[in-house]
Design a binder for this molecule. Structure first.
Ligand code: ATP
Ligand code: MN
Length: 475
């Protein structure tokens, strides 16, 4: 029994989603649908049209409520935008344009009214900035409903792709004592009383901390991922990742979701193929499974998204070495804010010039200078470059960063010394090279960067439900 009383028939009609009700096959069925009112329109003929949405799909279902309903005057005619209802009714073919079906209500139960004066989404057309301040209500808008469904589709594709390719889903720790790149800004995890830190002379005494040593939220599961790849072959991690860099850009979050495959016996070109295969699989699935949402993004957010994704599905990603890319940038005649020179890292303006203006498609840049990349990337025979690869796409820039890993113990140790890292801190990592070392490669894909690219949304804060950025963890 629920608290809302019996339905009008003895045979319980099925509770179904609005997505299912919108399909022509449902015509003739008696159904129960539940959701939030998007609009209510009262007709002169003594009945009302209610547009209902439950998040199961982009479109609403039109409910026809006739005056004969016992609560028509007392409740139905008072339904406001945002109110929640249960409707039992019969699905009919709709004479209206743009919808196959509608529901003729036999019974409408009001779960909750949304006060029209106070409800922030009473009116449409709020800015994304404003909607960030009501992150608890924005899932009820067209845009955020569409993003939630596309995000779900992307995550599902990621799992399916790797599972079909024989990768094991691996859970690497969120709390770690190793700083993956020796550089990433990390959030510290501690149970020490911050207002009264125990000191050992001048230094904080970490023996009194929970883990007996300083520990942090992970910036990457790669190093731990490598241990399993070098034992069970192919793995991927998929989880939250934390970076404390104070970068207030439309492409950085302090907490984001990263997918990190790692495969034993893969070289950098296998790694490129894996990255291309993954991205194409994600794009194909989104176009196939979320057509209404994608149509919305192309009409209201960015006119180019459908064309761009379809074009990518038909083409091969370009492979361009860092050295070739520098030559292209130097010859471009373009005025960049940051100078271009072999040996310095590419800035986002350079990456965007390459993908948007020069190649006009995704590009995989590889073989970067050893001086600008982490110690674990495999040194090339030229001794100047390492087997790094970044996948760059128009508008977003880098969405994947990866490499073939250094599997030779002596070279790895030289590189660690070069970057002033203490091999003792990485004893387990170097052990992988000591006992049965194998060539291997992997990469990290930022889920929110992919979502920016797919949807055409301009700010990364709008493609994650609850964005964490400098100064903001409000919701
Ligand atoms: P960037 O140079 O764009 O700051 P990065 O080179 O520091 O990124 P990697 O360490 O290579 O990033 O991480 C792998 C992937 O994770 C990136 O290609 C990107 O898709 C994603 N990523 C990295 N940092 C962030 C962040 N702060 N917010 C959202 N996604 C991120
Ligand atoms: Mn990177």
């Amino acid at each position: 029994m629920n608290n809302y009383g019996p339905l009008s028939t003895n045979i319980m009609p099925s509770k179904i989603s609005i997505a299912a009700t919108r399909k022509a096959e449902s015509v003739g069925q008696t159904v129960v649908i539940q959701g939030w009112v998007r609009t209510r329109r009262d007709s002169k003929g003594g009945f009302s049209f209610i547009e209902l949405n439950d998040g199961s799909c982009f479109g609403n279902i039109q409910v026809i409520a006739e005056a004969a309903l016992p609560n028509y005057e007392s409740e139905v005619k008072k339904l406001t935008v945002g109110s929640s209802v249960r409707v039992e009714g019969e699905v009919r073919a709709s004479p209206g344009k743009g919808q196959a079906t509608e529901v003729l209500a036999k019974n409408i139960l009001v779960y909750g009214i949304a006060d029209a004066e106070a409800y922030p989404l009473q009116k449409k057309g709020h800015s994304f900035e404003f909607l960030r301040t009501i992150a608890h209500l924005r899932p009820r808008t067209n845009t955020f409903g569409a993003i939630a469904r596309v995000r779900n589709c992307v995550c599902n594709s990621i799992h399916q792709y790797f599972q079909e390719e024989g990768f094991l889903y691996l859970h690497t720790p969120i709390i770690t004592a190793s700083d993956c790149e020796g550089a990433g800004a990390m959030f510290q995890v501690t149970t020490l009383p911050l207002d009264k830190l125990p000191t050992d002379g001048a230094k904080i005494d970490y023996h009194l901390d929970f883990f007996n040593r300083p520990s942090y939220l992970t910036v990457s599961g790669q190093l731990e991922g490598e241990t399993y790849a070098c034992g069970v072959g192919k793995i991927y991690t998929f989880g939250p990742t934390f970076r404390a860099e104070n970068s207030n850009t439309p492409r950085h979050l302090a907490e984001f979701w990263m997918v990190e495959p790692e495969a034993a016996f893969n070289d950098i070109f296998d790694n490129m193929d894996l990255a291309q295969g993954l991205l194409k699989r994600i794009f194909r699935d989104v176009l196939e499974k979320c057509p209404e949402d994608m149509q919305f993004f192309s009409e209201r957010i960015d006119k180019t998204v459908l064309e761009t994704l379809n074009h990518i599905l038909e083409s091969e990603f370009l492979h361009v070495s860092y050295t070739e890319a520098i030559a292209i940038l130097e010859k471009s005649g373009e005025k960049f804010e940051f100078p271009v020179a072999w040996g310095s890292d590419l800035q986002s303006e350079h990456e965007r010039f390459l993908t948007e203006k020069h190649f006009k498609c995704p590009v995989i840049l590889y073989d970067y200078p050893r001086t600008i990349k982490p110690f674990y990337m495999r040194l090339n025979d030229d001794e100047k470059t390492v087997r790094a690869m970044d996948v760059l796409v128009p508008k977003v820039g880098e969405i994947i960063g990866g490499s073939q890993r250094e599997e030779r113990l002596d070279v790895l140790e030289t590189r660690m010394a070069e970057q002033k890292l203490n091999p003792a801190d990485y004893w387990w990592y170097t052990d992988l090279r000591r006992y049965g070392t194998v060539p291997h490669a992997g990469f990290g894909l930022g889920v929110e960067r992919v979502l920016l690219f797919i949807t055409g949304m301009a700010n990364i804060r709008d493609v994650i439900p609850f964005p964490r950025t400098p100064g903001n963890a409000d919701f």
